[in-house]
Design a protein around this ligand. Structure first.
Ligand SMILES: [Fe+2]
Ligand SMILES: [Fe+2]
Length: 305
């Protein structure tokens, strides 16, 4: 979906915020939601035999829908692969229906659990067996999507031709810079199985070389089922947790252990920086919810000399 007008003043959330030195409150130019590894299964099949992946996605979308209804700015959603667990066409339809509810552009990458041709057919509306480089313009912020999958395999690779296409796109900078999105995170893996199914080292190095001197501000990825941040050639990398499960990086040696704990990311772009926040969606209890008057009361109790 497209058509949300860019309006830096639409989100009035910060209108009455103060700073300790009286400087202006920093306002983001763009805000993206970053979801990953939704792993939607065929109807009637539980993810990993126990989880309802549609319900897990629904919990994340509910949080975002409530924020949008509350007037929060949202320029788009990026979903970094393993959208479905087995490439079921109906699962792609359900994913699209769930996210179109938000009324903002949605950008999809494919993952090793997806089926490339079905992903292309269901979400890009095209027939192709080859990797498709997608370029999206979200109000001046360019989102370039890579396909890091190898059909029939779990690990990741970036073909030379695909990276050459990326280099050609990045030759011209975008007004607000570029975000790259791909499934296989170009970072060390957090667990034994994910190490075996990682992006090939040569691809990680080639991607690092392709970023040199470009306007890429951030890389969004998935596959690890764990919110993570790192760097690739000095460029920040943000890995979104799965909406359904969380890998345990502190499991006993040799163990691959996961928890029924979903999350997604919120990325806020500022003129001179960006922030990535992780939003768990596993049913935690609220502790407090101060309104603007309540916040003002706290401020007044803490005068600055
Ligand atoms: Fe996954
Ligand atoms: Fe994956």
């Amino acid at each position: 979906m497209t058509g949300v007008a860019h309006d830096a003043h639409r989100d009035a959330r910060r209108d009455d915020w103060l700073t300790p030195d009286g400087s202006p409150v920093a306002r983001p130019t763009h805000l993206l939601a970053h979801l990953s590894d939704t792993h939607l299964t065929p109807a009637g099949v539980r993810y990993n035999a126990v989880l309802d992946a549609d319900a897990a996605l629904g919990r994340a979308v509910d949080v975002l829908a409530a924020a949008v209804a509350d007037g929060r700015r949202l320029d788009g959603v990026v979903v970094t692969g393993d959208l479905t667990d087995t490439g079921d066409p109906d699962a792609y339809r359900r994913l699209r229906d769930a996210l179109d509810r938000l009324g903002v552009p949605v950008v999809y990458a494919t993952g090793n659990h997806d089926v490339r041709t079905e992903f292309h057919r269901s979400l890009l509306g095209r027939e192709s067996e080859q990797p498709v480089l997608q370029v999206h313009d979200l109000s001046g912020l360019r989102v370039v999507v890579l396909d890091s999958t190898i059909p029939g395999h779990g690990h990741g690779r970036l073909d030379a031709d695909h990276l050459a296409e990326l280099t050609a796109v990045l030759a011209d900078p975008a007004p607000h810079g570029t975000v790259l999105a791909l499934h296989h995170a170009p970072l060390p893996a957090p667990s034994p199985l994910l190490s075996y199914f990682a992006l090939e080292a040569g691809s990680r190095a080639a991607l690092a070389r392709a970023l040199a001197g470009t306007d890429v501000r951030l890389i969004l990825a998935g596959h690890h089922h764990l919110p993570q941040t790192g760097l690739l050639a000095g460029v920040p990398v943000a890995v979104a947790g799965s909406t359904a499960i969380r890998t345990d990086p502190l499991a006993p040696a040799g163990h691959e252990r996961t928890w029924a704990s979903g999350a997604f990311g919120v990325v806020e772009f500022y003129p001179d920086t960006l922030t990535v926040s992780t939003i768990p969606v596993d049913g935690a209890d609220m502790v407090f919810d101060l309104d603007a008057d309540g916040c003002r009361t706290i401020v007044e109790r803490h005068p600055i000399d």
